[in-house]
Design a protein around this ligand. Structure first.
Ligand SMILES: [Zn+2]
Length: 444
């Protein structure tokens, strides 16, 4: 044998030898989803529509499912309501009479028009917003000229009343919301008045985002200020730049290298992405059948990385794309029956888990009959407090183990050993702030 061939041969043998001894025993991994489930589901409800709380919530509670409710804070009594922040409205109106809408005044006019007291004016605001966000900027300017023309001619009533989007009836109180939160649901912000954020000027945009957060913090505590949803599922970049500084997570967008975002408008199906996670947003509209909704659940179960984020609006008699309570009961039951394979949790909870897993490194090794594991990561554990699921492979023959957490005071639990195609393992949940733990065969 040639000398160089011999060296290569020896190197190869040593690599093979290492691969054989380098089994999974002593290794610890963090499960992709809590409980080592196949996929995750977050049920989210927008707009704080009364029947979401009176019809859908009791169904969820009867099945012990926890959901997320994005509420419009300005219409809840005891909050700061909607208002226009800026110059004197007479000055703005006078200017509008003389100067057509253009890029220098559009945001200000689109911000003010929503507060001129009629549903028609609010409609002008949202139509201009829709046009603007779909790239029809000229049409958005034209709509403003038309709206201000009507205002100036007295064809739109000019009052201080705030007209809320799609929410004629709402009697939910902060006290009710506190109770729902205590029951395990997430209550979070959907802004103060549900505007088209993309056409607001800076002052009004900040007011909608910050005032809503402040009211939620005051009434529900800081944990309710983690996630939010900007109305109409906006993905406007300018809005996202502001909003991401105010809320740690937005359902609208959450760019991350490990996450594929298939948002509500996307026609792409999960499965073609090679990311660690796929956030797949679906929401029933008027024409969506129950069969289609159930097929979303079947689709997640056919993959191992999909997080289905469902977006609901109306329920029974109120709200956009309203679904009958009976249908929701059937659908939520279908989800619940698959809970062995699905992690069903609020939007903020799943977001935190994913970020914790991505930011945490677990090192583990077996020595003298003990597997010692430690965690490292940079997250703020007062916020990132969702337990991670760990899976540690143990030597063959171990029946049960003692898990000893190195904390003050230390704690211990006994775990049963399970097996899969890769060997024997134990599975357990620990907070991401846990510094370290020991696993050894239990004699109990
Ligand atoms: Zn909405």
């Amino acid at each position: 044998m040639h000398c160089r061939t011999l060296v290569f041969f020896l190197l190869l043998m040593s690599l093979i030898g290492r691969a054989q001894t380098d089994s999974l025993v002593g290794r610890t991994e963090i499960a992709r989803y809590q409980g080592d489930k196949t996929g995750a589901v977050s049920l989210t409800f927008d707009d704080g529509i009364i029947t979401q709380f009176t019809v859908a919530r009791p169904i969820l509670d009867s099945l012990d499912l926890k959901a997320t409710f994005y509420v419009i804070t300005g219409k809840i009594r005891g909050s700061f309501g909607g208002r226009f922040i800026g110059r004197n409205r007479e000055d703005i109106l006078r200017e509008a009479a003389e100067q057509p809408t253009d890029s220098t005044n559009f945001y200000e006019r689109a911000s003010l028009i929503a507060f001129t007291g009629t549903s028609e004016a609010v409609d002008y605001h949202s139509r201009a917003g829709a046009a603007y966000e779909s790239g029809q900027v000229r049409e958005a300017y034209r709509l403003m000229d038309e709206a201000y023309g009507k205002l100036l001619n007295g064809k739109l009533r000019d009052t201080d009343a705030v007209v809320f989007h799609d929410n004629a009836v709402d009697t939910t109180t902060w006290r009710d919301l506190r109770q729902y939160q205590a029951d395990g649901h997430e209550i979070a912000s959907h802004t103060v008045t549900h505007p088209r954020l993309a056409v607001l000027d800076e002052a009004n945009l900040l007011y909608e985002l910050e005032q809503s957060r402040d009211d939620i913090r005051r009434h529900l505590g800081p944990e309710a200020t983690f996630s939010a949803e900007g109305p109409y599922g906006t993905e406007d970049e300018r809005v996202m730049r502001y909003a991401h500084q105010i809320y740690p997570a937005l359902r609208n967008r959450m760019p991350a290298p490990y996450l594929a975002e298939l948002n509500r408008g996307s026609r792409e199906a999960p499965g073609a992405q090679d990311k660690e996670y796929v956030q797949w947003q679906r929401g029933p509209t008027d024409g969506t059948s129950l069969k289609t909704m159930k097929s979303w659940i079947d689709t997640i179960l056919a993959h191992d990385n999909v997080w289905l984020v469902e977006v609901f609006h109306g329920v029974d008699d109120y709200g956009w794309a309203a679904r009958p309570g009976e249908e929701l009961e059937d659908y939520f039951g279908y989800i619940k029956e698959r809970e062995d394979h699905l992690w069903i949790a609020p939007f903020a909870t799943v977001t935190k888990y994913i970020r914790e897993r991505e930011a945490t490194t677990v090192s583990s090794h077996l020595s003298e009959g003990t597997i010692k594991s430690t965690l490292s990561g940079q997250l703020d554990h007062s916020v990132y407090n969702v337990p991670l699921t760990f899976k540690t492979y143990v030597p063959e023959g171990w029946q049960a183990v003692t898990l000893r957490i190195v904390s003050d005071p230390p704690s211990e639990r006994i775990l049963t050993v399970q097996t899969d195609g890769s060997g024997s393992y134990v599975r357990y949940n620990l907070l991401p702030g846990t510094p370290g733990w020991l696993i050894r065969a239990s004699d109990r």
